[in-house]
Design a binder for this molecule. Sequence first.
Ligand SMILES: Cc1cc2nc3c(=O)[nH]c(=O)nc-3n(C[C@H](O)[C@H](O)[C@H](O)COP(=O)(O)OP(=O)(O)OC[C@H]3O[C@@H](n4cnc5c(N)ncnc54)[C@H](O)[C@@H]3O)c2cc1C
Length: 406
Amino acid sequence: MSTGKNSVVIIGAGHAGLTLAREIRANCKTTEITIISREAIRGYYKPNLSKALSVNKTPNQLVMKQADTIAEELNANLLAQFTVIDVDAERKEVKGLFNNSEESHVLTIPYDSLVLATGASPIRLPIERAAITPLLSINNLEDYEVFRARIKNKKKILIIGAGFVGCELASDLISNGFNVEIIDQCEWPLQRSMPEVMGTEIKKAMAEQGVSWHLGVTLLSVAKGAQGVLAGSLSDGTTIQFDEVVSAVGLVPNTRIARDAGVAVQRGIAVDSFSQTNQPDIYALGDCVEYLGVTLPFIAPATHAAKALAKTITGTKTALMLPALPVAVKLSACPTVVCPPLINKGIWQVQGSGMSLEAHFINEQGELSGFALTGQCVSKKSQLASECLPILSSVTDLHAERYEVA
Ligand SMILES: Cc1cc2nc3c(=O)[nH]c(=O)nc-3n(C[C@H](O)[C@H](O)[C@H](O)COP(=O)(O)OP(=O)(O)OC[C@H]3O[C@@H](n4cnc5c(N)ncnc54)[C@H](O)[C@@H]3O)c2cc1C
């Protein structure tokens, strides 16, 4: 592999890493690009994983591009099923090995610019250590393949977590004839993104489809009964039975290799307005990054960051600006859009009735800093996005070097 002047190594072949590679190639024909992934490299759209049953697509059918097509289109070197174990920020080298090779076969890859697009991993609950069956989490295509195999010939699925992904998976499963139970310690679904009155309407609409809710409680233990049926003990003293369990309780940014390389990390990897970390020539974007102390594990922020960073890496220094970025929640029971506030100091103001509700999050300065819409009100998405405070404006002062190195 050449060590030409402008070599960019991207760790991560998810939406962030591949979008960045595409944007760099669109800006410059000669930059040498290497993309690394500890999984197989396949072009698929991760949001489809929580609606694939409804649209009747197998995991293979979700793949839009195979590795050889990606490599050819981007004129890039791909290292798939290759795990990075170390980054040497001083020598500007990445070290790693193919997943099935001996530890002695460590490869060293030099870089001029390194981009960390390492994503995030599902949070593991304490119950998993004691669980008699490994809990499923769906965060990539390989997880989804396992999920499809495990729910085959099963009827009743328990989902732990009533957030974005948990609610979408429940909607997908219920539309396909499964019985679904959801458990969460929150009092209403999507609690971090909408007020109670709106969450309660969504809960009601999904209950009418057949979803059983267990809210304000936690799952204490899971035991295996006759014929493989699982029994979960809840903190309110009740027991529920199910055939399979999926955990969707959130993500934690993958920051180990960044931390070990002396990159400043808090909740996620800290970056400045140019997606640069506190280490020279090391950048980061996507689910592994935090902005103003908050992670934004969605497609649109990574797309914006990839476009700006590609310009910076190819010679036109470009600051990242993030407008308000609403996300459609894929629920068949009710059209739903959320645009959660970055800082949750403020109050919700709600108008509308029944399923058609419009909720504004007003911060302590009286500004619209987030919103949520259901039913017919989702048509107001673009208007409210343009009125809402941006996530990062051109004047936002992000300084990676101000963070402590953990
Ligand atoms: C089921 C589901 C539904 C979703 N729906 C939506 C939606 O509707 N709208 C929306 O905006 N967002 C949605 N999201 C979120 C969105 O898909 C993610 O924010 C986005 O795909 C994250 O992309 P990423 O590239 O940052 O991370 P990832 O896709 O997680 O990619 C991380 C990459 O880093 C690699 N990697 C990590 N560590 C190493 C290492 N040590 N060595 C080598 N490689 C490494 C991994 O192999 C992988 O290639 C959804 C997510 C899920 C799970």
